[in-house]
Design a protein around this ligand. Structure first.
Ligand SMILES: Nc1c(C(=O)O)ncn1[C@@H]1O[C@H](COP(=O)(O)O)[C@@H](O)[C@H]1O
Length: 153
């Protein structure tokens, strides 16, 4: 994520990965404020064995796109809700990549963070039966948690 201030959003991605027993690291890396850290992080990502990078950032959210420019590891962009423009700036900054440098872009805020984690798990599940069954269990629990009526009475 681009800043510690993104953690209240991105911790939902982390919690989802925890639920799926999927190992991850959470780091603050900013294209704007820590460009060298971003360069090192992205350039070493593949060799370190990272299978996906969930990049959350708000406002002028260049982090996901710059990460994607520097590594072949799939980048999943999460637009963090910004104070001034409610995350529309984040969304548009992340989604509108030039052809040739893809970033998979998710919804603004908490839902996007959760879905990015689920999507990363789904990518891994294509050749990991254990992960596929954990995802099935996640969905089963989600389905079981949806009541059929609007209230208990
Ligand atoms: N969009 C970026 C990048 C980047 O794209 O590299 N670095 C920080 N930021 C964003 O700035 C917002 C405000 O950050 P602060 O709260 O630290 O001022 C955060 O949402 C962060 O993701």
């Amino acid at each position: 994520m681009g800043s510690r201030s993104d953690w209240p959003t991105m911790e939902h991605a982390a919690a989802t990965l925890d639920r799926l027993h999927l190992a991850y690291e959470a780091r603050v890396v900013s294209a704007h404020r820590t460009p060298d850290r971003l360069y090192d992080y992205a350039k070493t990502a593949r060799a370190r064995g990272l299978k996906a990078i969930i990049a959350g950032a708000g406002g002028a959210a260049h982090l996901p796109g710059m990460a994607a420019a520097l590594t072949p590891v799939p980048v999943l962009g999460v637009p963090v809700e910004s104070r001034a423009l409610k995350g529309e700036d984040s969304l548009l900054s992340i989604v509108q990549m030039p052809g040739g440098v893809p970033v998979a872009t998710f919804a603004i805020g908490k839902a996007g963070a959760i879905n990015a984690a689920l999507f990363a798990a789904a990518m891994l599940a294509t050749d990991d039966a254990e992960m596929a069954s954990r995802l099935d269990a996640y969905r089963d629990a989600q389905t079981a948690g949806v009541p059929e009526t609007p209230s208990d009475d």
